[in-house]
Design a protein around this ligand. Structure first.
Ligand code: NDP
Length: 296
């Protein structure tokens, strides 16, 4: 079998188009412009790239984008004060604090100081609890993007066996919760899982969110399974020239694509969907804040 490639880049473009349409209607019918504030502390190069990209795409769909770039040595009190100001700013509907934060800042405290209604990353403890109990919440962007691709590909995923490799709070756990909410039979695997290969071989859906380059080989994949590769790993690529690098996922693409029914590539799979979902969450937050019907 040769897998169908799930084109996250193209899918993300359709999501952004829908978001842009909603933004236009909010402006025209209600004189409201959704606003997203991104807070970056320090100079982590990968985070700087993400923040730039988020800001650019926010403006492209017609929303207001505000970036707060703070010094790596910013005190917790100053960061919390900024978040409090953004919580109280009626023009800001979504707040994202780019992770990871420098070590002297308490990530849980900072995330939980964001108003849950503006927590477009879905990491606030209230949103985690709401998602866990199947209530209306803000859903973390990366798992949401994965779920959207799965629903789009399969229609319904009810009753399917799903294995999520990775149990982080930002990807693995919310992903498993979303799959459970959609009535999959879910296994969460992690670094202590015994016989990971056997666990993965049972799965109709495999979501790999580990952070280990090409860790999942093709012979772990059940014939016809759907593989969602969340991993983003940068490797040296001397074959492309001196000092060049390339991005690879957590699954070995060629061998997995030879057995899977469908697979997301890296790059061009989960990554673009993550930012598209952030924009969609901001519009949702804006509609909720104004008592308006929210997009599907
Ligand atoms: P974390 O490092 O927080 O979590 C990794 C998880 O993988 C942990 O639960 C860990 O288990 C598990 N793990 C590590 N080694 C193994 C192993 N040998 N076998 C099985 N499980 C293992 O990573 P994140 O969840 O933050 O990110 C995962 C990947 O997704 C990264 O490559 C990251 O760059 C990427 N990512 C991509 C995004 C996108 O937009 N596409 C967004 C966010 C992340 P344990 O808990 O036991 O330690």
């Amino acid at each position: 079998m040769t897998a169908q490639i799930i084109d996250g880049k193209a899918f993300a473009a359709t999501v952004r188009e829908k978001v842009a349409g909603h933004v236009q209607r909010l402006k025209a019918d209600h004189d409201i412009t959704p606003g997203l504030a991104v807070v970056l502390v320090g100079e982590d190069p990968a985070s700087q790239v993400y923040v730039r990209s988020k800001g650019k795409q926010t403006v492209e769909v017609g929303m207001k984008s505000v970036e707060h770039k703070l010094d790596a040595g910013t005190s917790e009190a100053d960061l919390l004060k900024l978040i409090d100001d953004l919580n109280n700013d009626p023009e800001i509907h979504g707040i994202l604090v780019q992770l990871p934060l420098p070590g002297h800042l308490d990530e849980d405290l900072v995330i939980n100081s964001i108003s849950p209604a503006k927590d477009v990353d879905g990491f606030h403890i209230s949103n985690v609890g709401l998602l866990g109990t199947g209530q209306k919440s803000m859903v973390p962007c990366t798992p949401l993007g994965c779920l959207m691709m799965l629903r789009d590909h399969h229609g319904s995923i009810s009753g399917m066996d799903a294995v999520v490799i990775g149990r982080s709070n930002i990807v693995g756990k919310p992903m498993a919760q979303l799959l459970l909410n959609d009535s999959c039979t879910v296994t969460i695997a992690h670094s202590r899982t015994k016989d990971l290969a056997d666990v993965v071989r049972r799965a109709d859906i495999v979501v790999a969110a580990v952070g280990r380059p090409e860790m999942v080989p093709g012979d772990w994949i059940k014939e016809g399974a759907t593989v969602i590769d969340v991993g983003i790993n940068r490797l040296d690529a001397p074959e492309k020239g001196e000092g060049k690098t390339k991005l690879v996922g957590d699954v070995h693409f060629e061998s997995c694509a030879a057995r899977a029914g469908a697979i997301t590539p890296v790059p061009g799979g989960v990554g673009p969907m993550t930012i598209a979902c952030l924009l969609a969450n901001t519009v949702t937050a804006c509609c909720r804040a104004n008592g308006l019907e929210e997009p599907e």
